[in-house]
Design a protein around this ligand. Structure first.
Ligand SMILES: Cc1cc2nc3c(=O)[nH]c(=O)nc-3n(C[C@H](O)[C@H](O)[C@H](O)COP(=O)(O)O)c2cc1C
Length: 190
């Protein structure tokens, strides 16, 4: 299975990256072929709602998002890992998600021709960390990822999220959660 893992945390070696690596350990143990892309190292312009993709299903902006479209279409699993910033995902991850609008239109145009069917076997997952223990702290990011999955044409498969992790180096010390992350990664492959 092809797994596209997208890191949407700008903090190098940060909690999200550490957590994602544990999840990917589980994914690989379950036979997943992982391609890891760091969204924060790419030049991904924000969507400008020009309407271009409404007509063509492809984005008029040519940047480092362009090669990601085919990777998204080919992936069996898409894992987005992003920390919580103000109850949502960081701007770098959000720029990527907004550009999924072109895929949403690609899918819509193919559907009009009867040439597209969502494949429920292809799934997307969210991995996230937040500093607080707020009951609703992941709701915004989960809804955003659910709708991104709809745009990509894949099912939303769930999330692995950890509360109460803030400073650099805190995630790696949370042994129990790190073990659960490996198990969650294996679960993502089911
Ligand atoms: C700009 C910014 C906004 C944040 N907003 C929230 C928030 O709304 N809720 C929360 O629980 N934590 C918030 N945090 C804390 C981060 O989610 C937390 O420190 C996380 O562990 C960072 O992961 P990282 O090491 O991958 O950057 C915020 C951090 C930053 C820098």
């Amino acid at each position: 299975m092809k797994i596209l893992a997208l890191l949407g945390s700008p903090r190098k070696g940060g909690n999200t990256e550490v957590l994602l690596n544990s999840v990917l350990q589980g994914v690989k143990a379950a036979g997943g072929e992982v391609e890891l892309v760091n969204l924060c190292e790419l030049n991904i312009l924000p969507c400008i709602n020009c309407g271009g993709c409404d007509e063509t299903g492809s984005c008029v902006l040519e940047d480092e998002m362009t090669p990601l479209y085919n990777k998204l279409i080919a992936a069996d699993r898409v894992i987005l890992a992003a920390p919580i910033y103000f109850y949502g995902v960081p701007a770098q991850a959000k720029a990527f998600i907004d550009r999924v609008q072109a895929l949403w239109n690609y899918k819509r145009l193919l559907q009009l021709e009867g040439d597209w069917q969502d494949d429920p076997q292809r799934k997307g997952f969210l991995v996230s960390v937040a500093a607080t223990h707020g009951k609703r702290v992941f709701e915004g990011a989960i809804l955003t990822m659910k709708y991104a999955c709809d745009g990509i044409g894949i099912a939303y498969g769930g999330e692995f999220v950890v509360r109460g992790i803030e400073g650099l180096g805190e995630m790696v010390k949370a042994d129990e959660e790190m073990e659960k992350a490996v198990a969650a990664g294996k679960g993502f492959m089911a």
